[in-house]
Design a protein around this ligand. Structure first.
Ligand SMILES: Nc1nc2c(c(=O)[nH]1)N[C@H]1C(S)=C(S)[C@@H](COP(=O)(O)OP(=O)(O)OC[C@H]3O[C@@H](n4cnc5c(=O)[nH]c(N)nc54)[C@H](O)[C@@H]3O)O[C@H]1N2
Ligand SMILES: Nc1nc2c(c(=O)[nH]1)N[C@H]1C(S)=C(S)[C@@H](COP(=O)(O)OP(=O)(O)OC[C@H]3O[C@@H](n4cnc5c(=O)[nH]c(N)nc54)[C@H](O)[C@@H]3O)O[C@H]1N2
Ligand code: SF4
Ligand SMILES: [Mo]
Length: 733
């Protein structure tokens, strides 16, 4: 595993970064005397999996002054950030004691556990703690994937599955690629996706970007930028369907063979159902995209097969976001682009192994037994069958957790909530309405946070348990635009007193009296996981750090269904792609229509609130962070300051110049942030990159530029998070 350079002093250890950023990339870490001195990346055979700026700066993250060194106990008020050092024994005894106390006094459902992705790995993630709490009597779980719950809902309703993604090498064969709210040059969405887009472009593929911002992806790849109004995507897609139907450009054979309900959709699109033909002129008024552009793009898409309509997940993180995803999927069916090389099914653009994408083979991972609090609870009304346990009504939507803590049973929730256990997520910073969450955190009896750094959430803990980074433990990851297995090799010993997730859960299990929690070491787990994979030589895999899957590639979602529908029906009730969904009709909710529809969003430009707060806010994913992660690294901060994008027309109207400080506010909160005055965002829209660390001043105004002080804690009827639906006003400071 270890290559020795420089007279045996410096070792170069290969490992793989997979930091909740959409990527997974090879790092070659130079270590001297147990200290990381430098990080390089892949320079081997193509395809190389080259690290981004964050991976290359990981040394600064490992040795960051923000790192938590020891277990700590709160010494001031919650949120104040004052702590005192305690021993691991004291910390674990306290945590186990509180779990037992709350369970025995109020019942297990009073325990909230919130686990996030952290690193996207197969062992040292939130699973050990999830398993332990299920074995210890259970807890109240959440439902809703913040990235793409609208996409999941639409895929399950339409395809009956969330495995809708193809590998990115498929783009090379596309004649047209529509990047719809999609910016892989910055958000990666599988390492090398941009590399394949570059190859497509070299082959002459036409590329169009539909996005309120002129992104780096648009600048690098796109022939055309269409800056539509955020939250209006479904209207444009439906009007594209109108043109395709009117000009008889649809692939009728595909529709007849593989889909149900096109007739119902046609009636809606043409206005037979409701008297409103969904013409380009109708959509133009909503989207502010010229009708001639909508017409042209519709024709191009319908006549350029194979074409990939890449429906990004950001437009779906909005009010009625699932309608956008459904409308996009239906358009791919109307043009016969599903299951074919160079086409695309408009599935979610980024699908973790658990949530879809390439069907990796792995051995038995750590299991999570059924959660006892969910045993008797029925299914949610808006849950589709493939939801599995996520459809259990004992769960609370992640966005509603704050409200649930504040109101409990009196507010109609299944329980009152007393204890919060947080692993791998910034529960405070990354969910909507931070000011409300602050109130909720102050109302709880006990909070434990397993963290690497003194994050915004960590400051609210009663007990802090220091975790190590992936460079201080072993793990496995999966990834790539073409798939590979990555060996996340440990390169240094855990710093200070930090421990891995597996270690912490195992130590807590002893104190909770659970003897059958874990009988394996880290290495034994990883062996077991890899034993079910394509990798036959585990030691060689560890030595190289990466095992690339050779094929058959590209992997194309639904290829089997399209080649042989009788042998491989879609896993929907009808066995076909459901443009009309009886399951949705049965929900009898006008806000979840059985065919995709345009529904006027709340906090849109037509809302009466727009008089007071005239700007639409989008909160995008930032190149130099993975959410909150890497947020404080000096090397990265120097490269890209946290700033709000604002169009020069809106800036001038408010007397705001480039780099001026601006106040951004609505009824939920206020923050102060530097303005970046630019033509690369359309007028009427501002962008605050999500994930900056919440840092309130004495008046409660956030000085960190954390977008979630402004976002409403509301979900779409299908469960989509609405991080891109908010109205704000901006003033010069
Ligand atoms: N560098 C970096 N990469 C990341 C992450 C990160 O934090 N940093 N996070 C990872 C994770 S967990 C996820 S879920 C993904 C997220 O990936 P995405 O959701 O694809 O990323 P965003 O930057 O939020 O949005 C992509 C584009 O959508 C546009 N957009 C926003 N609202 C609308 C709209 O209403 N309509 C249209 N047409 N466009 C809109 C934005 O302007 C932006 O350019 O990224 C992953 N990759
Ligand atoms: N306004 C707005 N808010 C958003 C979004 C948006 O677009 N707009 N996007 C949403 C989306 S898509 C997502 S996925 C969420 C992400 O939200 P989170 O998952 O909450 O964000 P992270 O910053 O990745 O949080 C991980 C935290 O876990 C800690 N941690 C503890 N142990 C480990 C470990 O072993 N490894 C690692 N790597 N970290 C560990 C990290 O230090 C960090 O504090 O944010 C959501 N929030
Ligand atoms: S942060 Fe993400 S894109 Fe960057 S090196 Fe790590 S895995 Fe790759
Ligand atoms: Mo995400």
């Amino acid at each position: 595993m270890v290559r020795t350079d420089d007279e045996e002093k410096e070792q170069v250890i290969p490992t793989v970064c997979a930091s909740h950023c959409g990527g997974s990339c090879v790092l070659k870490v130079h270590v001297r005397d147990g200290t990381i001195t430098r990080i390089e990346t892949d320079d081997g055979e193509e395809p190389q999996f080259r690290a981004c700026l964050k991976g290359r700066a990981y040394r600064q993250r490992v040795y960051s002054p923000d790192r938590l060194r020891y277990p700590m106990r709160r010494a001031g008020e919650r949120g104040e950030g004052k702590f005192e050092r305690i021993s691991w024994d004291q910390a674990l005894d306290t945590v186990a004691g509180e779990i037992k106390r709350v369970r025995d006094t109020y019942g297990s459902q009073a325990i909230l556990f919130r686990g996030g992705a952290g690193d996207i790995t197969l062992l040292n993630n939130a699973t050990p703690m999830n398993r332990l709490l299920c074995m210890a009597g259970g807890f109240t779980d959440r439902w809703g994937a913040s990235s793409y719950e609208g996409g999941i809902f639409a895929e399950m309703a339409t395809y009956g599955t969330i495995r809708t993604g193809s590998t990115s090498d498929n783009f090379i064969d596309s004649r047209l690629i529509i990047m719809w709210g999609w910016n892989p040059a910055e958000t990666i969405q599988y390492t090398n996706t941009s590399w394949y887009l570059a190859q497509a472009k070299e082959h002459g593929t036409r590329i169009v970007s539909i996005d309120p911002r002129h992104t780096d992806s648009a600048a690098i790849f796109a022939d055309e930028w269409i800056p539509l109004r955020p939250g209006t995507d479904a209207a444009m897609l439906i009007a594209m369907a109108y043109i395709i139907i009117k000009e008889d450009l649809q692939d009728q054979r595909f529709l007849d063979t593989y889909t149900v309900g096109f007739g119902r959709y046609k009636d809606y699109v043409l206005g037979i159902e409701d008297g409103i033909p969904k013409t380009p002129a109708w959509a133009s008024e909503i989207t502010e995209v010229p009708s001639t552009t909508i017409e042209r793009v519709a024709r191009e898409y319908a006549t350029s097969r194979p074409a990939a309509l890449v429906a990004g997940i950001a437009p779906g993180r909005s009010a009625y976001g699932e309608q956008y995803h459904r409308a996009a999927i239906v358009l791919t069916a109307m043009t016969g682009n599903i299951g074919i090389r160079g086409g695309g099914a408009a599935g979610r653009t980024w699908q973790s192994p658990r949530f879809g994408g390439f069907p990796f083979k792995v051995g038995q991972r750590m299991t999570v037994p059924p959660n006892p609090t969910e045993e008797k609870a029925p299914f949610r009304k808006n849950a589709l069958p493939p939801y599995g346990p996520d459809g259990n009504s004992a769960r609370i939507h992640s966005v509603k957790t704050t409200d649930a803590i504040l109101k409990g049973k009196a507010g109609g929730y299944p329980s009152d909530y007393r204890l919060l256990y947080v692993v791998n997520t910034d529960f405070l910073n990354q969910r909507p309405d931070i000011n409300a969450t602050v109130r909720a955190l102050k109302a709880l009896e006990f909070i434990v946070v397993q963290e690497q750094v003194m994050s915004p959430m960590a400051k609210y803990a009663d007990i802090l348990l220091p975790g190590c980074t992936f460079l201080e433990r072993n793990d496995i990851t999966l990834g790539g635009a073409t798939p590979f297995y990555g060996s996340m090799n440990k390169v240094i010993e855990p710093l200070y007193e930090s421990k891995s997730h597996l270690q912490i859960a195992t130590l807590l299990a002893e104190r909770l009296g659970i003897s059958d929690f874990n009988d394996k070491t880290e290495e034994e787990w990883l062996h077991q996981i890899m034993s079910g994979s394509d990798v036959s030589d585990y030691d060689r895999f560890k030595e190289k750090g990466i095992f690339k899957i050779k094929g058959p590639l590209p992997y194309i979602a639904f290829q089997k269904q399209i080649e042989d529908l009788a042998g491989n029906p879609f896993p929907t009730p009808s066995g076909k792609i459901e443009i009309f969904s009886q399951q949705l009709a049965d929900m009898a909710n006008p806000e979840i229509p059985p065919i995709p529809k345009w529904i006027q969003p709340w906090e849109g430009w037509r809302d009466s609130l727009a008089k007071k707060y005239p700007l639409q806010l989008v909160t995008t994913h930032f190149k130099r962070r993975a959410h909150t992660q890497f947020g404080t690294l000096p090397w990265l901060r120097e490269l890209q300051p946290q700033a709000m994008l604002i169009n020069s027309i809106d800036a001038q109207a408010r007397g705001i110049g480039d780099k001026d400080k601006a106040r951004v506010f609505n009824d939920r909160g206020e923050l102060i942030i530097a303005a970046k005055v630019t033509e690369r965002i359309r007028p009427g829209v501002v962008d605050i990159p999500q994930g900056a660390w919440y840092d309130p001043d004495e008046k409660g105004v956030d000085r960190g530029g954390s977008a979630n002080v402004l976002i409403k804690a509301e979900t779409s009827p299908g469960g989509a998070f609405c991080f891109n639906t908010a109205l704000v006003e901006v003033r010069k400071v």
